[in-house]
Design a protein around this ligand. Structure first.
Ligand code: MEV
Length: 419
Protein backbone atom coordinates (compact mmCIF):
# COMPACT_ATOMS: atom_id res chain seq x y z
CA UNK A 1 0.00 0.00 0.00
CA UNK A 2 1.41 3.45 -0.88
CA UNK A 3 2.09 5.92 1.90
CA UNK A 4 -0.49 8.75 1.91
CA UNK A 5 0.85 12.30 1.55
CA UNK A 6 -0.68 13.16 4.92
CA UNK A 7 1.77 10.76 6.54
CA UNK A 8 4.78 12.79 7.62
CA UNK A 9 7.09 10.32 9.33
CA UNK A 10 9.16 11.93 12.06
CA UNK A 11 7.16 15.19 11.96
CA UNK A 12 6.65 15.03 15.71
CA UNK A 13 10.39 14.82 16.26
CA UNK A 14 11.19 18.01 14.35
CA UNK A 15 11.62 21.31 16.18
CA UNK A 16 8.56 23.52 15.71
CA UNK A 17 10.32 25.87 13.28
CA UNK A 18 11.37 22.92 11.12
CA UNK A 19 7.77 21.73 11.00
CA UNK A 20 6.79 25.17 9.74
CA UNK A 21 9.54 25.13 7.14
CA UNK A 22 8.28 21.80 5.87
CA UNK A 23 4.73 23.15 5.65
CA UNK A 24 5.89 26.29 3.86
CA UNK A 25 7.63 24.14 1.27
CA UNK A 26 4.76 21.79 0.77
CA UNK A 27 1.96 24.37 0.67
CA UNK A 28 3.86 27.35 -0.74
CA UNK A 29 3.23 29.41 2.40
CA UNK A 30 4.56 32.98 2.41
CA UNK A 31 6.46 34.71 5.23
CA UNK A 32 3.18 36.46 6.15
CA UNK A 33 1.44 33.07 6.33
CA UNK A 34 4.13 31.78 8.62
CA UNK A 35 3.89 34.92 10.76
CA UNK A 36 0.18 34.22 11.15
CA UNK A 37 1.08 30.96 12.91
CA UNK A 38 2.88 32.96 15.57
CA UNK A 39 0.77 34.56 18.32
CA UNK A 40 1.85 38.11 17.46
CA UNK A 41 1.28 37.66 13.71
CA UNK A 42 -2.10 36.01 14.16
CA UNK A 43 -5.25 37.78 15.22
CA UNK A 44 -4.40 41.37 16.11
CA UNK A 45 -6.25 43.16 18.87
CA UNK A 46 -7.38 45.78 16.32
CA UNK A 47 -9.19 43.00 14.43
CA UNK A 48 -10.47 41.52 17.68
CA UNK A 49 -11.94 44.93 18.44
CA UNK A 50 -14.09 44.67 15.30
CA UNK A 51 -15.24 41.15 16.21
CA UNK A 52 -16.53 41.43 19.78
CA UNK A 53 -17.62 44.14 22.15
CA UNK A 54 -15.42 45.44 24.97
CA UNK A 55 -12.39 43.74 23.40
CA UNK A 56 -9.28 43.92 25.55
CA UNK A 57 -7.00 41.51 23.70
CA UNK A 58 -6.68 38.10 22.09
CA UNK A 59 -6.21 34.64 23.58
CA UNK A 60 -3.92 32.08 21.98
CA UNK A 61 -4.44 28.34 21.64
CA UNK A 62 -1.98 25.70 20.45
CA UNK A 63 -2.45 24.85 16.77
CA UNK A 64 -1.40 21.32 15.83
CA UNK A 65 -1.73 19.17 12.73
CA UNK A 66 -3.38 15.78 12.75
CA UNK A 67 -1.54 13.59 10.28
CA UNK A 68 -2.34 10.46 8.29
CA UNK A 69 -5.89 11.37 7.28
CA UNK A 70 -7.14 9.98 4.01
CA UNK A 71 -10.70 11.15 3.42
CA UNK A 72 -12.62 10.01 0.37
CA UNK A 73 -9.34 9.00 -1.19
CA UNK A 74 -7.61 12.33 -0.57
CA UNK A 75 -4.79 12.77 1.94
CA UNK A 76 -5.26 15.83 4.14
CA UNK A 77 -3.42 17.45 7.04
CA UNK A 78 -5.98 18.49 9.63
CA UNK A 79 -5.39 21.70 11.63
CA UNK A 80 -6.60 21.41 15.21
CA UNK A 81 -6.69 24.26 17.75
CA UNK A 82 -6.96 22.74 21.19
CA UNK A 83 -5.33 23.08 24.59
CA UNK A 84 -5.83 19.45 25.71
CA UNK A 85 -2.75 17.22 25.41
CA UNK A 86 -3.10 13.94 23.49
CA UNK A 87 -5.94 15.08 21.23
CA UNK A 88 -3.82 15.72 18.14
CA UNK A 89 -1.64 12.67 18.70
CA UNK A 90 -4.57 10.36 19.33
CA UNK A 91 -6.40 11.58 16.25
CA UNK A 92 -3.29 11.12 14.08
CA UNK A 93 -2.73 7.65 15.47
CA UNK A 94 -6.23 6.46 14.68
CA UNK A 95 -6.15 8.08 11.24
CA UNK A 96 -3.05 6.03 10.50
CA UNK A 97 -4.84 2.81 11.43
CA UNK A 98 -7.86 3.83 9.38
CA UNK A 99 -5.57 4.59 6.42
CA UNK A 100 -4.50 0.93 6.53
CA UNK A 101 -8.12 0.11 5.71
CA UNK A 102 -8.38 2.72 2.93
CA UNK A 103 -9.15 5.78 5.08
CA UNK A 104 -12.49 7.39 5.75
CA UNK A 105 -15.44 7.52 3.40
CA UNK A 106 -17.80 10.38 4.06
CA UNK A 107 -21.02 11.94 2.84
CA UNK A 108 -22.91 15.09 3.71
CA UNK A 109 -26.37 16.47 3.08
CA UNK A 110 -26.76 19.70 1.13
CA UNK A 111 -26.20 22.78 3.32
CA UNK A 112 -29.76 23.23 4.55
CA UNK A 113 -30.26 25.30 7.67
CA UNK A 114 -33.66 25.77 9.25
CA UNK A 115 -35.04 28.95 10.76
CA UNK A 116 -37.94 28.78 13.21
CA UNK A 117 -40.80 31.23 13.64
CA UNK A 118 -42.82 30.81 16.81
CA UNK A 119 -46.48 31.76 16.32
CA UNK A 120 -48.74 32.21 19.33
CA UNK A 121 -52.47 32.73 19.85
CA UNK A 122 -53.41 30.87 16.65
CA UNK A 123 -57.19 30.46 16.85
CA UNK A 124 -57.32 27.33 14.67
CA UNK A 125 -54.02 25.52 14.16
CA UNK A 126 -55.41 23.02 11.62
CA UNK A 127 -56.69 25.88 9.47
CA UNK A 128 -53.42 27.74 9.82
CA UNK A 129 -51.48 24.65 8.73
CA UNK A 130 -53.76 24.29 5.69
CA UNK A 131 -53.30 27.97 4.82
CA UNK A 132 -49.52 27.59 5.01
CA UNK A 133 -49.66 24.56 2.71
CA UNK A 134 -51.89 26.36 0.20
CA UNK A 135 -49.62 29.42 0.09
CA UNK A 136 -46.42 27.35 0.02
CA UNK A 137 -45.07 28.58 -3.33
CA UNK A 138 -45.82 32.23 -2.56
CA UNK A 139 -44.25 31.94 0.89
CA UNK A 140 -41.08 30.37 -0.51
CA UNK A 141 -40.66 33.03 -3.16
CA UNK A 142 -41.54 35.81 -0.69
CA UNK A 143 -38.96 34.48 1.77
CA UNK A 144 -36.35 34.39 -0.99
CA UNK A 145 -36.67 38.16 -1.27
CA UNK A 146 -34.80 38.30 2.05
CA UNK A 147 -31.76 36.35 0.80
CA UNK A 148 -31.12 37.52 -2.79
CA UNK A 149 -27.39 36.78 -2.48
CA UNK A 150 -28.04 33.13 -1.73
CA UNK A 151 -30.59 32.87 -4.53
CA UNK A 152 -28.04 34.33 -6.94
CA UNK A 153 -25.53 31.66 -5.89
CA UNK A 154 -28.01 28.82 -6.44
CA UNK A 155 -29.31 28.61 -2.86
CA UNK A 156 -32.08 30.29 -0.92
CA UNK A 157 -35.33 29.16 0.66
CA UNK A 158 -36.40 25.68 -0.43
CA UNK A 159 -39.28 24.91 1.92
CA UNK A 160 -41.69 26.39 4.43
CA UNK A 161 -43.49 23.93 6.70
CA UNK A 162 -45.12 23.97 10.11
CA UNK A 163 -45.52 21.91 13.28
CA UNK A 164 -47.98 22.19 16.12
CA UNK A 165 -46.48 22.16 19.60
CA UNK A 166 -49.18 21.18 22.08
CA UNK A 167 -49.15 22.60 25.57
CA UNK A 168 -47.20 20.29 27.90
CA UNK A 169 -49.26 18.09 30.19
CA UNK A 170 -46.39 16.18 31.84
CA UNK A 171 -42.70 16.60 32.51
CA UNK A 172 -40.48 19.13 34.23
CA UNK A 173 -42.05 22.15 32.47
CA UNK A 174 -45.74 21.23 32.61
CA UNK A 175 -46.35 23.39 35.70
CA UNK A 176 -45.09 26.54 33.96
CA UNK A 177 -46.40 25.96 30.44
CA UNK A 178 -49.49 27.76 29.20
CA UNK A 179 -51.12 29.53 26.28
CA UNK A 180 -52.52 26.43 24.52
CA UNK A 181 -51.16 25.03 21.27
CA UNK A 182 -48.30 26.85 19.61
CA UNK A 183 -47.44 26.82 15.94
CA UNK A 184 -43.84 26.78 14.73
CA UNK A 185 -42.99 27.42 11.11
CA UNK A 186 -39.74 25.98 9.76
CA UNK A 187 -38.13 27.88 6.91
CA UNK A 188 -35.53 25.69 5.20
CA UNK A 189 -32.69 27.58 3.54
CA UNK A 190 -29.92 26.30 1.25
CA UNK A 191 -27.01 28.37 2.54
CA UNK A 192 -24.48 27.60 -0.25
CA UNK A 193 -20.89 27.85 1.04
CA UNK A 194 -21.75 29.46 4.36
CA UNK A 195 -22.84 28.05 7.69
CA UNK A 196 -25.70 30.45 7.11
CA UNK A 197 -26.77 31.61 10.58
CA UNK A 198 -27.01 35.28 9.59
CA UNK A 199 -28.83 34.59 6.35
CA UNK A 200 -31.38 32.32 8.02
CA UNK A 201 -32.01 34.76 10.85
CA UNK A 202 -32.54 37.56 8.33
CA UNK A 203 -35.02 35.42 6.40
CA UNK A 204 -37.12 34.41 9.42
CA UNK A 205 -37.20 37.93 10.79
CA UNK A 206 -38.32 39.09 7.34
CA UNK A 207 -41.11 36.58 6.79
CA UNK A 208 -42.46 36.39 10.34
CA UNK A 209 -45.12 39.14 9.93
CA UNK A 210 -46.57 37.45 6.82
CA UNK A 211 -46.61 34.06 8.53
CA UNK A 212 -48.24 35.44 11.67
CA UNK A 213 -50.93 37.18 9.65
CA UNK A 214 -51.64 34.10 7.56
CA UNK A 215 -52.00 32.00 10.74
CA UNK A 216 -54.11 34.63 12.50
CA UNK A 217 -51.67 34.80 15.43
CA UNK A 218 -48.61 36.77 16.52
CA UNK A 219 -44.96 35.87 16.07
CA UNK A 220 -42.45 35.80 18.88
CA UNK A 221 -39.06 34.10 18.35
CA UNK A 222 -37.47 34.12 14.92
CA UNK A 223 -34.18 32.26 14.96
CA UNK A 224 -32.33 29.32 13.39
CA UNK A 225 -32.27 25.93 15.03
CA UNK A 226 -28.89 24.40 15.78
CA UNK A 227 -30.45 20.96 15.61
CA UNK A 228 -29.36 20.91 11.98
CA UNK A 229 -30.67 17.43 11.28
CA UNK A 230 -31.31 18.25 7.63
CA UNK A 231 -27.60 18.89 7.28
CA UNK A 232 -25.92 15.80 8.62
CA UNK A 233 -22.48 14.45 7.82
CA UNK A 234 -21.44 10.83 7.97
CA UNK A 235 -18.08 9.08 8.08
CA UNK A 236 -17.12 5.44 8.06
CA UNK A 237 -13.79 3.65 8.48
CA UNK A 238 -12.54 0.08 8.44
CA UNK A 239 -9.53 -0.73 10.56
CA UNK A 240 -7.90 -4.09 9.84
CA UNK A 241 -7.45 -6.19 12.99
CA UNK A 242 -3.81 -6.61 12.01
CA UNK A 243 -3.37 -2.84 12.41
CA UNK A 244 -4.81 -2.88 15.92
CA UNK A 245 -2.46 -5.55 17.29
CA UNK A 246 0.64 -7.54 16.55
CA UNK A 247 -1.44 -10.03 14.59
CA UNK A 248 -5.09 -10.63 13.68
CA UNK A 249 -5.83 -12.35 16.98
CA UNK A 250 -4.46 -9.66 19.30
CA UNK A 251 -5.93 -6.99 17.00
CA UNK A 252 -9.32 -8.63 17.24
CA UNK A 253 -9.11 -8.42 21.03
CA UNK A 254 -8.46 -4.66 20.80
CA UNK A 255 -11.32 -4.29 18.31
CA UNK A 256 -13.61 -6.23 20.64
CA UNK A 257 -12.62 -3.88 23.46
CA UNK A 258 -13.65 -0.91 21.29
CA UNK A 259 -16.95 -2.58 20.42
CA UNK A 260 -17.68 -3.27 24.11
CA UNK A 261 -16.81 0.33 24.98
CA UNK A 262 -19.22 1.53 22.29
CA UNK A 263 -22.00 -0.72 23.62
CA UNK A 264 -21.60 0.92 27.04
CA UNK A 265 -22.18 4.36 25.47
CA UNK A 266 -25.07 3.02 23.39
CA UNK A 267 -26.88 1.89 26.55
CA UNK A 268 -26.02 4.55 29.10
CA UNK A 269 -26.45 8.34 28.87
CA UNK A 270 -23.83 8.87 31.57
CA UNK A 271 -21.23 7.12 29.45
CA UNK A 272 -22.62 8.45 26.13
CA UNK A 273 -22.07 12.00 27.35
CA UNK A 274 -18.33 11.40 27.85
CA UNK A 275 -18.07 9.25 24.72
CA UNK A 276 -19.58 12.08 22.67
CA UNK A 277 -17.33 14.59 24.44
CA UNK A 278 -14.44 12.58 23.00
CA UNK A 279 -15.96 12.96 19.52
CA UNK A 280 -16.34 16.70 20.01
CA UNK A 281 -12.72 16.98 21.21
CA UNK A 282 -11.80 16.41 17.59
CA UNK A 283 -14.62 18.27 15.88
CA UNK A 284 -14.34 21.37 18.06
CA UNK A 285 -10.58 21.53 17.55
CA UNK A 286 -10.89 21.55 13.77
CA UNK A 287 -13.87 23.92 14.02
CA UNK A 288 -11.83 26.44 16.03
CA UNK A 289 -8.90 26.06 13.65
CA UNK A 290 -11.11 26.75 10.63
CA UNK A 291 -13.21 29.57 12.10
CA UNK A 292 -16.40 27.53 12.43
CA UNK A 293 -18.95 27.95 15.20
CA UNK A 294 -18.07 25.10 17.56
CA UNK A 295 -20.87 26.01 20.00
CA UNK A 296 -23.40 25.46 17.21
CA UNK A 297 -21.81 22.12 16.39
CA UNK A 298 -21.81 21.10 20.06
CA UNK A 299 -25.46 22.04 20.49
CA UNK A 300 -26.50 20.19 17.32
CA UNK A 301 -24.50 17.09 18.17
CA UNK A 302 -25.88 16.65 21.66
CA UNK A 303 -29.47 17.39 20.67
CA UNK A 304 -29.15 14.85 17.84
CA UNK A 305 -27.74 12.29 20.27
CA UNK A 306 -31.03 12.53 22.19
CA UNK A 307 -33.28 12.32 19.11
CA UNK A 308 -34.79 8.93 20.04
CA UNK A 309 -35.91 10.23 23.44
CA UNK A 310 -32.84 8.99 25.28
CA UNK A 311 -29.34 10.39 24.96
CA UNK A 312 -26.97 7.92 23.28
CA UNK A 313 -23.77 7.48 21.31
CA UNK A 314 -23.28 9.42 18.07
CA UNK A 315 -21.01 6.70 16.71
CA UNK A 316 -21.34 2.95 16.18
CA UNK A 317 -18.71 0.20 16.10
CA UNK A 318 -18.81 -3.46 15.17
CA UNK A 319 -16.51 -6.21 13.99
CA UNK A 320 -16.71 -7.54 10.46
CA UNK A 321 -15.44 -11.05 11.11
CA UNK A 322 -15.34 -11.96 7.42
CA UNK A 323 -13.14 -9.01 6.50
CA UNK A 324 -11.28 -9.15 9.84
CA UNK A 325 -11.82 -5.45 10.37
CA UNK A 326 -13.26 -3.14 12.97
CA UNK A 327 -15.91 -0.94 11.36
CA UNK A 328 -16.77 2.47 12.82
CA UNK A 329 -19.30 5.00 11.65
CA UNK A 330 -20.71 8.30 12.78
CA UNK A 331 -23.58 10.56 11.77
CA UNK A 332 -24.33 13.97 13.22
CA UNK A 333 -25.53 17.46 12.27
CA UNK A 334 -22.69 19.43 10.72
CA UNK A 335 -23.48 23.07 10.02
CA UNK A 336 -20.12 24.31 8.80
CA UNK A 337 -19.12 26.94 6.30
CA UNK A 338 -16.16 27.65 4.06
CA UNK A 339 -16.98 31.36 3.84
CA UNK A 340 -18.22 33.85 6.41
CA UNK A 341 -17.79 33.57 10.17
CA UNK A 342 -14.32 34.55 11.30
CA UNK A 343 -12.71 33.11 8.18
CA UNK A 344 -11.91 36.48 6.65
CA UNK A 345 -10.90 38.44 9.74
CA UNK A 346 -8.48 35.90 11.16
CA UNK A 347 -5.06 35.62 9.48
CA UNK A 348 -4.32 32.21 11.00
CA UNK A 349 -7.54 30.82 9.59
CA UNK A 350 -6.44 31.94 6.14
CA UNK A 351 -3.45 29.66 6.60
CA UNK A 352 -5.38 26.67 7.95
CA UNK A 353 -7.63 26.95 4.91
CA UNK A 354 -4.59 26.71 2.65
CA UNK A 355 -3.52 23.55 4.45
CA UNK A 356 -6.95 22.01 3.92
CA UNK A 357 -6.85 22.56 0.16
CA UNK A 358 -10.00 21.18 -1.51
CA UNK A 359 -11.58 20.50 1.90
CA UNK A 360 -11.79 24.26 2.47
CA UNK A 361 -13.57 24.79 -0.83
CA UNK A 362 -16.72 22.76 -0.39
CA UNK A 363 -19.03 22.70 2.62
CA UNK A 364 -19.95 19.09 1.95
CA UNK A 365 -16.33 18.00 1.81
CA UNK A 366 -15.49 19.98 4.96
CA UNK A 367 -18.51 18.54 6.79
CA UNK A 368 -17.38 15.01 5.86
CA UNK A 369 -13.88 15.77 7.10
CA UNK A 370 -15.25 17.03 10.43
CA UNK A 371 -17.22 13.79 10.82
CA UNK A 372 -14.10 11.73 10.03
CA UNK A 373 -12.09 13.65 12.63
CA UNK A 374 -14.82 13.07 15.24
CA UNK A 375 -14.86 9.37 14.47
CA UNK A 376 -11.06 9.10 14.63
CA UNK A 377 -10.90 10.99 17.92
CA UNK A 378 -13.63 8.82 19.39
CA UNK A 379 -12.08 5.54 18.27
CA UNK A 380 -8.68 6.62 19.58
CA UNK A 381 -10.15 7.34 23.02
CA UNK A 382 -12.03 4.03 23.07
CA UNK A 383 -8.89 2.15 22.04
CA UNK A 384 -6.90 3.71 24.86
CA UNK A 385 -9.71 3.26 27.39
CA UNK A 386 -10.34 -0.34 26.39
CA UNK A 387 -6.69 -1.31 26.60
CA UNK A 388 -4.18 0.36 28.90
CA UNK A 389 -6.48 3.13 30.14
CA UNK A 390 -6.11 6.83 29.45
CA UNK A 391 -4.05 7.93 32.42
CA UNK A 392 -0.73 6.35 31.54
CA UNK A 393 -0.39 8.39 28.36
CA UNK A 394 -1.64 11.52 30.10
CA UNK A 395 0.89 11.13 32.88
CA UNK A 396 3.70 10.79 30.34
CA UNK A 397 2.58 14.06 28.77
CA UNK A 398 2.33 15.79 32.11
CA UNK A 399 5.88 14.69 32.81
CA UNK A 400 6.91 16.25 29.50
CA UNK A 401 5.12 19.51 30.32
CA UNK A 402 6.83 19.64 33.70
CA UNK A 403 10.13 19.50 31.81
CA UNK A 404 11.17 16.10 33.03
CA UNK A 405 13.64 14.41 30.73
CA UNK A 406 11.85 12.17 28.30
CA UNK A 407 12.37 11.12 24.75
CA UNK A 408 9.62 11.99 22.30
CA UNK A 409 8.67 8.35 22.29
CA UNK A 410 8.30 8.29 26.06
CA UNK A 411 6.26 11.46 25.95
CA UNK A 412 3.85 9.86 23.55
CA UNK A 413 0.35 9.41 24.90
CA UNK A 414 -0.91 5.89 24.84
CA UNK A 415 -2.89 6.63 21.72
CA UNK A 416 0.44 7.07 19.97
CA UNK A 417 2.08 10.38 19.26
CA UNK A 418 4.40 8.63 16.84
CA UNK A 419 2.10 9.34 13.99
C1 MEV B 1 -11.23 13.26 27.39
O1 MEV B 1 -11.11 14.60 26.95
C2 MEV B 1 -12.11 12.48 26.44
C3 MEV B 1 -12.44 11.06 26.91
O2 MEV B 1 -13.01 11.09 28.20
C4 MEV B 1 -13.44 10.48 25.90
C5 MEV B 1 -14.01 9.14 26.30
O3 MEV B 1 -14.08 8.83 27.49
O4 MEV B 1 -14.42 8.42 25.37
C6 MEV B 1 -11.20 10.21 26.99
Amino acid sequence: MSVPASRLPGFYQLPLLERRRLLAERFGLSATDLDALEGAGGLHSAAADTMVENAVGVLGLPLGLALNFVVDGLPVLVPMAVEEPSVVAACSHLARLAADGGGFTTSADPPFLVGQVQILDVPDTARAMAALRERHAVLVSGANAFCPGLVERGGGVVDVRARVLPQLAVGPHADLDGGGDMLVVHVVVHTCDAMGANAVNTVVEGVAPVLAELCGGRSRLRILTNLADERKARARMRVPWTSLGDDAESGRAVAQGIVEAYRFAARDPYRACTHNKGIMNGIDAVAVATGNDWRALEAGAHAYAARAGRYTSLSRFWNDDGAQTLVGEIELPMAVGVVGGSTRAHPTIQVTRKLLGPFAESVERLAGLFAAVGLAQNAAALKALATEGIQRGHMRLHARKAGEPSSHGAAAPSAGVRA
